[in-house]
Design a protein around this ligand. Structure first.
Ligand SMILES: Nc1ncnc2c1ncn2[C@@H]1O[C@H](COP(=O)(O)OP(=O)(O)O)[C@@H](O)[C@H]1O
Ligand SMILES: [Mg+2]
Length: 354
């Protein structure tokens, strides 16, 4: 029987729960001429919720994950490749021949899709401008396209000044709704909230929260009942207590509990067993992360892992605060209602090794 839980990829259909209001909001929002910015810590479900909304809208759309982009030419090539998946080449060929740098297009014999590449050049920004204006010019007010740029904070890393250049191009466009997603709270806030940033107040800023407990509870207990007909409600509650409703870690733990139930149905505490399985599997990675932390960070994480207060006089408040900010920037700590260690299994590993 297939595991009914899934983690690590964008989830759709059977693996997707709730987010009804968010999907409705995104759909309604992209009907306007405005752009949307979606921020949350990693693995909260941004990519999944946006994919769902964009598909539901029935509009043409292009998604690029900037984490996979290596240069400006590569970004232009990826945008054009995705564009050509929904726009027949015959109709736009003449427009591409006007590009300042002509791309190489080859048909992939396996997939039938068109591969695109641009010669790397000193004037790579003209390629991005040509591609984005091609997309703009093949659409209209009644037929706007959606461009999703995932992990948008990477823009600052791809090439210096790319943010300014992009903003200037986008300024001249009316037929594209941009949805910009990002995981690094501090960088994303800097990009969209700092007056000096070219993307200052570019669009509506939306923050994605964890999944609501009731809904996630129903989702888990329904699926677990196949393996655990008598205890699924209790298991669902224990999983959610442990993961504090974090979408990714909840699915990860549930998938492991399911696995334990299938292989060792006689075990009394499948949640405990699944947790220790996960911690063991990742212990090498945890160790590698741990040895790179400085002493202050180690101390903070140990206190947090054992639910102890940070204000003890051991470190100055300002030191604690700046280390917390740093840990948050690197994704080890997140702030929902309070600061917490992002990964509940790393948290357990830390607590166990004190
Ligand atoms: N609506 C949802 N319902 C159930 N699980 C979800 C949902 N959204 C996300 N998840 C879980 O979280 C994981 C990460 O989702 P993803 O969309 O990749 O997050 P992000 O883009 O914020 O990093 C998914 O693989 C899935 O396990
Ligand atoms: Mg994502």
């Amino acid at each position: 029987m297939e595991n009914p839980f899934k983690f690590g990829t964008i989830v759709e259909e059977d693996y997707f729960t709730d987010r009804v209001e968010e999907v409705a909001f995104i759909c309604q929002f992209i009907n306007s001429a405005n752009h949307l910015i979606l921020i949350s810590p990693r693995r909260f479900g941004k990519s999944s919720v946006v994919e769902k909304a964009v598909k539901k809208s029935g509009r043409k759309h292009i998604t690029i994950n900037l984490q996979q982009v290596t240069s400006v030419s590569d970004l232009s090539a990826k945008l054009l490749r995705e564009f050509l998946k929904t726009h027949p080449l015959e109709r736009v060929r003449h427009l591409i021949t006007h590009f300042r740098i002509i791309p190489t297009l080859t048909t992939n014999p396996v997939t039938g899709s068109i591969d695109v590449s641009f010669q790397p050049s000193a004037d790579a920004t003209s390629t991005i401008e040509d591609v984005l204006m091609l997309i703009e010019n093949t659409h209209s007010n009644d037929d706007r396209i959606i461009i999703v740029l995932d992990e948008f904070q990477e823009i600052l890393d791809i090439s210096p000044g790319l943010d300014r250049k992009l903003r200037a191009i986008m300024q001249r466009q009316q037929h594209i709704n941009y949805i910009l997603l990002g995981s690094q709270e501090s960088m994303m806030t800097e990009i969209f909230e700092d007056k000096k940033s070219p993307f200052y107040h570019f669009g509506e800023l939306m923050r994605l929260k964890k999944l609501p407990r009731d809904d996630f509870y129903r989702y888990l207990s329904e699926r677990l009942s196949v393996c655990f007909p008598d205890t699924s409600d209790d298991l669902a509650n224990r999983i959610l207590d442990y993961t504090i409703c974090h979408p990714y870690y909840t699915q990860q733990l549930a998938a492991n509990v399911w696995q334990v139930g299938m292989l060792q149905p006689e075990l009394e505490n499948p949640v405990g067993k699944a947790i220790s399985n996960i911690v063991t599997t990742h212990s090498l990675d945890y160790e590698r992360l741990w040895i790179k932390m400085n002493r202050t960070k180690k101390w903070i994480l140990q206190r947090m892992a054992t639910e102890k207060p940070l204000q003890t006089g051991e470190y100055k408040t300002s030191t604690i605060y700046s280390s917390l900010k740093n840990l948050q920037k690197d994704g080890f700590v997140i702030y929902s209602d309070k600061y917490e260690i992002e990964d509940p299994f790393f948290k357990k590993w830390i607590a166990d090794s004190i």
